[in-house]
Design a protein around this ligand. Structure first.
Ligand code: NAD
Length: 416
């Protein structure tokens, strides 16, 4: 599925949400500039020798948006569409995301513009180490803590840690999303999808909608989509459609999610799944259902297709799946959207738990991680819900209001 042509772009969308909340908070222009401008932006050219002996140079970015509430935190993405505008927008989203769930971090994001699938494991490792050589002095456990994102994983994080420690000495808290057996956190992999499921449960409970009466459609069956599906299936939701890059798969009676998980383990794709009929990813978004969870790409709901979206409730598993104009359209039509800065914050929350454990040289069991995740997300959900009720605004505007107020309060307390 290609992104719709009039997809607005990540920066314009984030700016729009920020402005709407800042208007309601009555923030003046100086404060807005202070909160919107990134603290530091780094662009580096990373030369590496490819396996065939050729020299290639890749452009890498790290944007450190705001550290008023603590060290900056955000993923590192290897993708051929990585650009400064997108990294900037995603860094600011991390500031609001960590603030809305009230963990003591600011926001950052990074990436390297590269087709990561075309790299051999050795090339990817060389690229990662060279990138760390260039930015090691501006990242670290008390400055900016990277984590995996598209095109990177726990192995990449282990290389980053090893390279960073060559300069600064032992400190596993310099990076999160590490392999579990190597200072990673139990429950990190499932955390974002599980968080989506926990929040779906909370939101529908508030709306008086029972899981068993809720037809759910999930776009994307990767880390976020598959773990959300698993948690929700076990919580009695009826998941009538799922999808991956190969297409959408529907069964109005409900898809057997354990079978789908087993199928993807064996075949690496949902293609060929039993007891379903196949549709496109575009058609999937427009299915008749109560709850839609876009958990694959940004910018999939735009003015091109928003009029055809039938779900009354939407939970943003992916970052920025709905453009600002389309979001306004949905709000006017009475749809309730749980925004990405809360909906997919389970991942950064467990990353925070990983950092805490690393700094205590102590490891929690999976039950404790799950309990603490539930506590953080439940509190954040209630605060966002109450703010939306008090100010009669959408959950998105409420989440931005809470987050922006928290960041501004910290900046004020520090005397900025
Ligand atoms: P992933 O790579 O594990 O899975 C992505 C899924 O989307 C796969 O099933 C893939 O087949 C599918 N997909 C890819 N291209 C598609 C297309 N064109 N149409 C439909 N489906 C397509 O990624 P993920 O970690 O699950 O992340 C998904 C989204 O959630 C991204 O927007 C990411 O930024 C966001 N997110 C992830 C985390 C996390 O902890 N993994 C945390 C916060 C936000």
């Amino acid at each position: 599925m290609n992104r719709p042509l009039n997809h607005q772009g990540a920066s314009a969308t984030v700016q729009h949400y920020f402005d709407r909340a800042a208007d309601l908070l009555d923030l003046d222009g100086n404060v807005r500039r202070l909160l919107l401008k990134p603290k530091r932006e780094i662009t580096v050219e990373v030369p590496i020798e490819m396996d065939n002996g050729q020299l290639e140079v890749f452009t890498g970015f790290r944007v450190q948006h705001n550290n008023a509430r603590g060290p900056m935190k955000g993923g590192l993405r290897y993708h051929h569409e990585v650009n400064l505008d997108e990294v900037r927008a995603l860094a600011s989203l991390m500031t609001w995301k960590t603030a809305v769930v009230d963990i003591p971090y600011g926001g950052a994001k990074g990436g390297i513009c590269v087709k990561s699938r075309d790299l051999s494991a050795k090339e990817k490792q060389r690229l990662t180490r060279k990138f760390v050589d260039q930015i090691h002095d501006v990242i670290g456990p008390d400055i900016d803590i990277p984590a995996p994102d598209m095109g990177t994983n726990s192995e990449t994080m282990a290389w980053i840690r090893n390279q960073w420690e060559k300069y600064h000495g032992f400190s596993p808290a310099c990076i999160t999303g590490k392999p579990v057996e190597n200072y990673g956190a139990k429950g990190r992999e499932e955390a974002t999808g599980r968080g989506v499921g926990i929040l779906a449960f909370k939101m529908l409970n508030r709306l008086g909608q029972l899981p068993k009466d809720t037809d759910v459609v999930i776009q994307g069956f990767g880390n976020v989509g598959s773990h959300a599906a698993k948690f929700m299936y076990e919580s009695d939701f009826k998941i009538i459609a799922i999808s991956d890059v190969s297409g959408g798969y529907v069964n109005p009676e409900g898809i057997n999610i354990p079978e789908a998980l087993q199928h993807t383990l064996t075949h690496k794709t949902l293609e060929g799944l039993n007891n379903v009929h196949k549709i496109t990813n575009e058609q999937l978004l427009e299915l008749d259902c109560q709850l839609l969870i876009p958990a694959a790409l940004g910018g999939v709901i735009t003015m091109d297709n928003v009029a055809d979206i039938k779900a009354r409730y939407i939970i943003e598993g992916a970052n920025g799946p709905i453009d600002a104009d389309a979001d306004q359209h949905l709000e006017a039509a009475g749809a309730i959207v749980l925004p990405d800065i809360l909906a997919n914050a389970g991942g950064v929350t467990v990353s925070y738990f990983e950092w805490v454990q690393n700094r205590q040289y102590y490891s929690w069991d999976l039950n404790r991680v799950r309990q603490e995740l539930n506590a953080v997300l439940s509190k954040a959900f209630e605060e966002v819900w109450q703010t939306s009720q008090t100010h009669r605004v959408s959950l998105r505007t409420a989440a931005f209001m809470l987050a922006i107020q928290r960041v501004w309060d910290s900046a004020k307390l520090a005397g900025i």
